[in-house]
Design a protein around this ligand. Structure first.
Ligand code: 6GU
Length: 240
């Protein structure tokens, strides 16, 4: 049984979308993972097949109904009881590479995609659902966020990345940003590839890359630096 993704959505036409192309698309065609969509509206019970209603307490927009979502979620849990059930929402736990690695190592994932102003909170109390966010901005729906999460997982599945790095050198795998990359031409608009990268001295190259990883992470992502600690001998914040 390959890694299985099930997407609960009002817009199944958004899938596989970009996941049908390139690396993920090839792996999908080869059966290294599977993608199924479930139409949330199929679990509506009234004659208008409504999935949302006005927010209790007033306010703008519409809220997805707990009864409809509950039935859709129960369907997903029955079909894939061993896969974690995630809900894409800007109120969720920030997605990071350590969690992506965990998900990719498991049997797959079921993902509930929210639309409108949100989902009835009682759903999260009544079912084992993990809310996940892909960053501090608001999307019009969870579908594009689910595509991001799946892309991050699928590229880690066995045999998907082919000859590329086994993963341990890339961004975040050591808690740091990746070092910068260069390729020919050696001079472009008067700018040279750093001399050390053409030296053939692999120890010197590794040391230069490590230093640039640390330097760039400190400049661009001081938040990551605090977690990692650094080579200057200062300890990570929170340590004594
Ligand atoms: Cl997971 N969903 C939506 N709708 N907006 C988001 C998000 C998710 N993550 C960041 N913004």
């Amino acid at each position: 049984m390959s890694w299985a993704a099930a997407i609960l959505t009002l817009y199944p036409e958004m899938f596989p979308g970009p996941l049908g192309l390139s690396l993920a698309g090839r792996a999908l065609a080869e059966g290294k993972w599977s993608l199924d969509t479930v139409q949330i509206r199929d679990f509506a019970t009234d004659r208008h097949r409504s999935v949302d209603d006005t927010p209790a307490g007033g306010g703008a927009g519409m809220v997805m109904r707990a009864d409809v979502l509950g039935a859709a979620v129960d369907h997903a849990l029955a079909r894939q009881p061993r896969a974690p059930l995630l809900a894409m929402t800007p109120r969720g736990r920030p997605l990071a590479q350590d969690f992506v690695r965990e998900l990719a190592a498991g049997p797959g994932v079921s993902i509930l995609c929210g639309r409108f102003e949100g989902m009835d909170e009682r759903l999260f109390e009544a079912r084992p659902i993990l809310p996940v966010s892909i960053g501090d901005y608001v999307l019009s729906g969870g579908e594009t966020a689910a595509i991001v999460l799946l892309d991050a997982c699928v590229r880690l599945l066995p045999g998907v990345m082919g000859a590329a790095l086994s993963g341990e050198e890339e961004s975040f795998e050591g808690g740091l940003l990746e070092y910068p990359q260069y390729t020919r031409p050696n001079i472009w608009e008067g700018r040279m590839i750093p001399e050390v990268l053409r030296s053939g001295d692999h120890a010197k190259i590794a040391a230069w890359r490590k230093a640039r990883s640390i330097e760039d992470t400190r400049l661009r992502r001081p938040d990551l630096m605090e977690r990692h600690g650094d080579a200057s001998g200062r300890s990570p914040s929170g340590a004594r």
